[in-house]
Ligand binder design. Sequence first.
Ligand SMILES: [Zn+2]
Length: 636
Amino acid sequence: MRRASSRGRVLFAIVALALGGVSALGAAHAQEKAAKNVRAEPALGGSALPPPVTERLTLIADRDDDDADDVPDGLAAFVAPAARVDLVTLDPRFAGATLSPARGREHTRLVANGKLFGWGERLPQGAQLQGLSPGRAVLVARWPGGRETSIAVDVHGVSLRDGQNRAVDMATERASLQRTPPARIDLDDVDRPYDDPDALRVVVTSPEGASLGPITAESIAADGARLDSTADLRLVPTSCGAGATSEIGCLATAPLRFVVDDVDRRHALVAARSIKAEVGGAVVVRDAKGKKLQAIRVGGPRRTAAGPIDRYRLSIRTIVMRLTPGGAPAVGSTDAGAIAALRQELAVASATWGQCGMTFGPVAQLDVKVVNPPPPYLVALGDDVGLPASGGEVRLRVEGRPLTFTTKRGWSTRQAALELARVAERAGLKPSISENARISSGAAPSVDVLLRRADGQLATAELLSSSDATMSVGIGAVDLSDGLQHFGDTDSVAGTIEERALVKAVDDGDPRTIEVIVIPFFGGGGRIGESFIGSDGSSMRNVVIVDRAGVRAQRTSLTLAHELGHVILDEPGHPDDYGIDMPTLLMDSDASDASPFGPRRLLADDCARALRQSGPGARIPLLTEWKLSPLKYPNR
Ligand SMILES: [Zn+2]
C-alpha cells in the first residue's frame, strides 16, 4: 500500500483545522480547495466537485485465484483469507468514515474481513479495497462531523495473453510447461501472434499517466519454495484490444516460456524469456519492490482433444535390486545413494511428464526401496508354447522338502497349475497362480505358480524331474550377475521367465500403481529400459525395468520418462515406427541429444491419449485427479 505523501498530510491538516466541524461550510471550503488544488481530478458532469485528493492508492485488478477455488478473487462473493493478498488495507484513520465513489466505482470494491462492504457504510478498522478492473477511481471519505477528503485509486491490470492474442484466465486456466523447442521471435513486435501453445505474454494495463514500473516473474514450486525468477521483463507498448478506452494504456512482455529444466532455460535463443516452473506451482508477477501483483497456477495444457488438463498424479513404486542377496544395489554404492539417485531420476521423469500436467508427487515422498533378488520361487508351466500335458509326474524340492504332483493327459497349463497349487497348499505353502499372456506362436498361455512359505516369504524351489513329455516345467530364477535375460519380439507380451520371476516377486497386486524396477544391466547389451503395458492382457502390467545405464543416461535420452510413456500411453510403439520422425519427441525411439532439441517433448495429442488410456475413466486408472490447493506467495 502506498501511504499519503507528506504534502497530502499537511493539506489534510489545514483543511481539518479550517473546517472547525461545520459541515456545510466545510464542504464549500473543500470544493474551493479542490478547484485550486493542482492534483484535483476532472470534474464530474454537472455534479459537485469531490474534495481534494489527499491519498493515492495503487491496486491491481484481482483476477487471479489465490484461494484456488476456481473463481477469480475479484468475483468472489466472500474473499477468503488466502485470497486477500492482493487487497490494500485502508489507513486506520479512515475507521469510522464512509467511502463513496465520485467516479470509477466499477474499478474497485470494499471488503471487510472478507465480506463485501457497501459504499456509504461506516468503515470498520482494517477495511480493505480490492481492484476489479483497470482504470481510475476517486473515492470520497466522509467522517462524522463533515470532514471530507478524496482518495484517488489507480487500478492496474496484470494479465496474460497467449500466442493467438487470447486472454488467459488466471483463475480458471493454467500456465503450461513448454512443449516446443526454442525458437527465435521478434521481441519488439508484441502484437504478432506466435505458434507456441504454451508461452504467454504478460500484459500490464494502466490508467493514463500511471505506471507500475518494472516487473519480474517468479516461479514457485508445488511445495511453496521459490524455484526461479527472471530479471526485469522488458515491456513494450501494445494494443489494449477492441473496446478499450483511451483512459488506459497497455504494455506487453515477450512470450514467457515455462520450462522444465536448465537445458531449456539457458538456451541462448530463449534465455531472456524462460523461467523454470513445476506443475502444482505458480508463476507470480511482481513489481520492482517484490510485491506480488498477480499469479497463475502451473498445470497441464490448456487445449487438448480431451479438454484442458489441470493436474494428475501418478503413483509409482520404485524397487532397486541388489546384485546378490545382501550385496550392493544396482545403482549407487550404498542404499542411501541408490535412493537419492532414483529420486533424482524420478524427479526428472516427473518434471518431463509435467508437460501433460502429470506428476509423481513430492520428490521426498517418492517410494524407493532397495531389495534382494528373489530366490527361485516361481514354477513355470508351459513356458514356451503352452502345450497341454501328456501325463506324468513332476518332482520338486521346496524349502528342502519334496513336493510331487501328477499331470493328466490333455490337461491345460492352467489345470496343471491348479493341481500344483492344491498339493503345495496341503504341504503348508501359500501358492498363487499367475497366468501369462499368450505369446504369438503359443498354443495356450503359460502359467506360473508362485510359491510362498506360510510366513508369506518367497520359498526356494528346485526341479528334480518331470516325466511329462509335452508340458514344460521350469523354475524361474533371477541371476543379475550375468544381466537380466530380456524379452525378444516373440515373447515380449509374456516376458522371459527371469523377467517374470523378477517382476512377480515385487508386484504389490495393485494395477493402479506403476512399478519401476532398477537392475544392474540387461543381458545381451544394447537395451537400457523396457516396459510391460496394460493392453497386452498379461498379469504383468504397468511395469518398467531400467538398468544402471538407463539411470545414468539421464537427460540425453530421458530413459525412465520414455519407458513410463509406453505404460501411461498404453502404446508399445514409437512415433517413428509410423513414419513420424520428430527427434524432439520424448517417445521417439532412437534420438539421443542433451540439448533442448533432444527427445523430451510431448504433444497435446500425447497428453489427451494419456488421459484416455490411463485417466480416471480408463479400465485401469493410473492417473488420479489432484486438485490444486492454495499456495503462499511470500513477499520478498
Ligand atoms: Zn520405447
